[in-house]
Design a protein around this ligand. Structure first.
Ligand code: RUQ
Ligand code: CUA
Length: 663
């Protein structure tokens, strides 16, 4: 019977996908009236909002200005970025270290801004890596990745990195349940039910410095954790996770994980978990995970491998986790600004259930359980339910809030955003998106104080919205004005990679704290040259260290001789500029690395192993002045065992060791 249900839903899904493959009527007229003036930001004027958009399989985060949709910056996070030298410079390589070694790519799904008292404070934005499970913290004074922590006992870090209302914790639920690191993993895959576990990580965040640490993990039944959101206000102290595959299938999930009418939302009492941690109820288990931190003073990242983590067993410690039945493979799990309403969105459901925090509390007190799932109590659906939004659309995914009592839910299958009232659960308005919308973002939409001006739709499919660019079209975002009664699509803009969750905040919260340059006197990189007078080239065995500087418009030194085949050359380039927006670049012919892009006051290092004898040009890659094209130099490479002395100079001719440099 359940199987027939599933077939019916799939039938509807297939039908709707088929319909959507054609161009909907009015696609061309979606933007009308005064839309242009609403998104126009005159040249030289600033946008009103920053929008931090996850890049999906690009592994990066892009920053847009809204309402213009102008791309302001791409911040490299989990993937190497040749443009900025991220993951190529010696200083940044440790950022991408993991227990598997150097992993230069990942799949970034959700951006989450830090909050204080439930409001966005603009200090950091967190991001999750879905493949090799990691969480990153990006510093919004520099727009750089400041820290990355790997997650033990996990696979597919998808329900992440959502935060509590004072950024006490970033949570990360595993999408793939797997045998824990501390058990033998060499077991048949079909022992999933018995041996696979879902771990949820609570990452603590330093109040002042933002430093992350895996405070504890919860060992939960083996299911797929998909998304999560923290309680707020009255529900502060709780966390809610959507889970699917409660069938605990390990093959053909498309069918086998769509059997049940209801999966779960898991409610987690994290304050209780904290108490258990304090009471010593956790067990320390052996594992291996990397913790990488970028130091702003040394301009260098360090990577440390950690060897144990604290785990609480939620089967044993009964009052931490509770399951709430939620229809058909829930994806989004969103909490309204008051903290009372928890919205679950079943990907195959034809309604949206809204749960009540008060009712959940009462159900727990009354033990209104329908049974247990793998040792965890299951609350009766009706005992937790506030109500259902009927016939909202097809394929609900994610919900954001405007703080005025309305919710906005995306519908992947019917390609629309639907506005509904949280109290009476009535649908108020709907607007078509082009096409197949995933996440939504209202500025501050998951905080206590949303800004009810726009909702942005991040769409999976673009079809005919842009000029053709071969087989692949850029994914798209659509800006929708929600200030009036009727929603109005006012702008399309392309995104980088695939956008999943994004967040936005008023520009004022961030812009005045932006770092303009690094102070050269505070530069503690061990290879810094604080002026041209201290530049030098030093041989240590087969390693040659070039302590160089860059300033408009030359390098010092710019002639280097005496490098031999078999040498490893390290160019430590310090940018001596002390002015905003004057980076210098550095590149050398044949280097098996990207360029360096060095910010004012910073030192970055490029490793180069010459592969042949000859003369190698090097140059500045960033057009820094009228004489940028003059910013260049040469390195001479001699055969192994050559007796050409190591020499360097700027503005003088070699060979003249006494004039230019020492051996
Ligand atoms: S996902 S489209 Cu957050 Cu990775 Cu929902
Ligand atoms: Cu420095 Cu171009």
């Amino acid at each position: 019977m359940k199987y027939t249900n599933y077939m019916t839903v799939l039938g509807v899904v297939a039908l709707v996908i088929g319909v959507n493959a054609c161009k909907p009527k009015n696609a061309g007229n979606a933007v009308s009236g005064d839309a242009a003036s609403k998104v126009y930001v005159a040249p030289g004027k600033y946008d009103e909002f920053y929008n931090f958009v996850s890049g999906g399989f690009s592994g990066q985060m892009s920053v847009y200005g809204l309402p213009s949709g102008r791309l302001l910056r791409v911040v490299p996070v989990f993937s190497v970025d040749p443009e900025k030298g991220y993951g190529y410079s010696e200083e940044t390589k440790p950022m991408l270290n993991t227990s598997h070694g150097f992993v230069p790519w990942d799949d970034f799904h959700h951006s989450e801004l830090s909050q204080t008292n439930g409001e966005i404070d603009g200090r950091w934005v967190f991001g999750n890596a879905n493949n090799t499970p990691r969480v990153a913290r990006i510093d919004l004074t520099t727009f750089r990745t400041a820290e990355i922590i790997e997650l033990p006992n996990s696979g597919g870090n998808h329900s992440s990195p959502f935060i509590t209302e004072n950024t006490e914790y970033v949570v990360a639920g595993t999408r793939f349940s797997v045998p824990p690191d501390y058990e033998n993993g060499d077991i048949p895959i079909n022992t999933y039910k018995k041996n696979f576990k879902g771990h949820i990580s609570f990452i603590s965040v330093g109040k002042e410095d933002g430093k992350m640490d895996v405070a504890f993990q919860l060992e939960c039944p083996g299911v797929n954790f998909d998304l999560s959101h923290a309680g707020k206000g009255k529900s502060h102290g709780w966390f809610f996770f959507s889970c699917y595959n409660t069938e605990q299938a390990n093959t053909l999930l498309e069918v086998n994980a769509s059997q049940k009418d209801k999966d779960f939302i898991m409610a987690v009492n994290w304050k209780k978990a904290e108490e258990y941690v304090k009471a010593g109820k956790g067990k320390k288990v052996a594992t291996k995970y990397a913790h990488n931190v970028y130091n702003e003073k040394t301009h260098t990242a360090t990577s440390e491998i950690k060897n144990e983590v604290l785990v609480l067993d939620t089967k044993e410690l009964k009052d931490i986790c509770y399951f709430i039945p939620c229809p058909k493979s829930p994806h989004g799990c969103d909490v309204d600004p008051t903290g009372e309403y928890i919205v679950g969105s079943g990907k195959l459901a034809a309604l949206i259930p809204v749960f009540s925090f008060d009712k959940i509390q009462k159900a727990i007190a009354d033990k209104a359980f329908e049974g247990e799932f793998d040792g965890i109590p299951v609350i009766k659906y009706d005992a937790a339910l506030y109500g259902e939004v009927k016939k909202p659309g097809l394929g609900p995914l994610h919900t954001e809030f405007d703080g005025k009592g309305n919710a906005y839910t995306s519908f992947f299958v019917s390609s629309e955003v639907v506005k509904w009232n949280i109290k009476d659960l009535k649908v108020l308005d709907r607007v078509q998106t082009y096409y197949s919308v995933g996440h939504l973002c209202v500025p501050g939409g998951d905080s206590k104080k949303p800004n009810p001006k726009y909702v942005i739709a991040y769409n999976k499919i673009t079809k005919d919205r842009y000029l053709p660019t071969g087989p692949e079209l850029s994914q798209s975002a659509q800006l929708i004005d929600i200030s009036g009664e009727k929603m109005q699509v006012i702008l399309d803009f392309p995104t980088i990679g695939e956008p999943h969750y994004a967040q936005a905040v008023a520009a004022d919260v961030i812009k005045n704290r932006s770092v303009k340059f690094y102070k050269i006197e505070e530069n503690a990189n061990p290879y810094v040259s604080k002026g041209e007078a201290t530049t030098k080239v030093v041989r240590e065995g087969n390693k040659v260290h070039v302590y160089a500087t860059a300033i408009r418009s030359h390098f010092a030194p710019d002639n280097i001789e005496g490098v031999r085949m078999g040498d490893e050359v390290y160019f430590h380039v310090t940018n001596l500029e002390q002015d905003w927006d004057v980076p210098h670049g550095f590149a050398i012919k044949g280097a098996a690395n990207a360029e360096l892009l060095i910010m004012p006051g910073e030192t970055q290092t490029l490793k180069w192993v010459p592969d042949r004898v000859g003369i190698f040009p090097m140059y500045c890659t960033d057009f820094c002045s009228a004489l940028h094209q003059e910013m260049q130099g040469y390195v001479r490479v001699s055969p192994a065992g050559s007796n050409v002395p190591l020499m360097f100079s700027t503005g003088k001719n070699l060979p003249a060791p006494e004039a230019g440099g020492a051996k």
